[in-house]
Design a protein. Structure first.
Length: 412
């Protein structure tokens, strides 16, 4: 039975309220992005994080999309794993030390993630984690972040870390959210909200970590690299189709960054002079190629879909090759960690951290710093530093959707 096959119609006043509450600024060329505002430092609750995001929106001309929904792994997890029995957590200092609250939030970073920067570009507050909300519709009115550190495209990926939410499980959570919206707002208003919202998918790194775990789980003995990549791409396509069937139309699919350049693998493979591990990077380049073409084909088969693919490998390698231009001093060693390249252990203690993370590309053994996330977000949004999104960047996609009339028109 279709998600929207329910005969649930919102009262006229509620529907009218929704249509006026979710403006789409097709006439606005760009929301103004505000950085480095005054920060506060209490331990952040969900409401405080939302208020922190809203404080950056005071000068924004308008909200570009009604809501922003995020699915993925630790690259975009903003606190989902805080309540799970998992080794994949970042709830202690120095994580979050450069975030707006100066406290750990569950983000695997010293500060903001790419999705935080994009939310502000879209005229939205920081998007809360699904498991961090009461899961009431009013808590999810600007969107939800379902991402879970350790989660993968394959349900088995990350199982050595304990509890995590796989990509398929996140899709189910999203469908549950949609059902609640139908019950609360009515079918038409819910469909309008979902079809006009933006969705971002950033997942796959844990599948490669799983694959290269010295064959502990025997994944390499089951799949050759090409077969493994095809398996992952088919998994993403299947879930992308599930979202499309639920009336999702606007999607950013993120490619993978050069995991073979991460401090963990430089240490594990005993890189002598900081050379990246080509065995890993070669697979990721191939994966991104397949994913880009899958997105292209999916768009042709579903002409009402507006999907872009953003290749983080291209964006990150541009930073690594041109560190002086971007202002980075250290590109192989993590700011926080232990051992060679600080890649043997995660960032467990403040004493293990560098003084100025903005000089570093890597925050811990797997994840980039806030400074890198800011650059990559600029590229996703407007190709400011390099062109990594295909067939266009996010800003151009939204403008194209508006100009073509694909966004549902608001009735007065």
């Amino acid at each position: 039975m279709s998600l929207f096959a329910m005969n649930s119609l919102a009262p006229p006043l509620i529907t009218l309220f929704l249509l006026q509450f979710f403006p789409l600024s097709c006439n606005s060329s760009e929301t103004h992005f505000i950085e480095n505002q005054t920060r506060t430092s209490p331990y952040p609750s969900i409401s405080e994080l939302v208020l922190a995001g809203k404080s950056h929106l005071s000068r924004n001309s308008s909200q570009l999309v009604p809501a922003f929904f995020i699915l993925g792994d630790s690259s975009v997890d903003v606190g989902t794993n805080n309540g799970l029995l998992s080794l994949a957590q970042s709830v202690l200092r120095p994580y979050g030390r450069d975030f707006d609250t100066h406290m750990p939030t569950g983000r695997f970073c010293n500060g903001r993630l790419i999705v935080d920067y994009l939310a502000l570009r879209l005229g939205l507050p920081f998007i809360p984690p699904y498991l961090g909300t009461r899961r009431h519709v009013q808590d999810m009115i600007h969107g939800v972040n379902y991402a879970s550190a350790g989660g993968g495209i394959l349900s088995s990926s990350g199982k050595e870390l304990g509890e995590r939410i796989s990509f398929t499980q996140q899709i189910q959570q999203a469908k549950y959210t949609f059902e609640k919206m139908v019950l609360s707002f009515g079918e038409n208003a819910a469909k309008m909200l979902i079809s006009n919202s933006l969705f971002l998918i950033s997942i796959g790194s844990n599948d490669y970590i799983h694959y290269f775990m010295d064959n502990v789980w025997h994944v390499q003995s089951i799949y050759f690299p090409w077969e493994f990549n095809q398996l992952l791409v088919r998994g993403v396509k299947r879930e992308l189709q599930s979202l499309y069937d639920c009336n999702v139309r606007n999607v950013v699919v993120m490619g993978l960054a050069p995991l073979g350049c991460a401090p963990h693998y430089l240490s594990k493979y005993d890189s002598q002079n900081g050379e990246c591990v080509e065995l890993i990077n070669g697979m990721i380049v191939q994966y991104n190629y397949l994913m880009r073409h899958m997105v292209q084909k999916f768009s042709k088969e579903n002409p009402t879909a507006n999907i872009i693919f953003c290749d983080l490998y291209e964006g990150a390698t541009d930073i690594l090759r041109n560190r002086d231009r971007y202002g980075f001093e250290t590109i192989t060693e993590a700011c926080c960690g232990f051992g060679k390249y600080k890649g043997l252990a995660m960032c467990f203690f403040s004493s293990w951290a560098c003084n100025n993370a903005s000089n570093y590309v890597w925050w811990d053994k797997y994840h980039p710093t806030d400074a890198v996330n800011s650059i990559l977000a600029d590229n996703v949004w407007s190709s400011q530093h390099s062109n990594i999104c295909y067939p266009m960047n996010l800003k151009d996609m939204l403008q194209k959707v508006c100009s073509s009339g694909s966004f549902d028109q608001r009735k007065q």
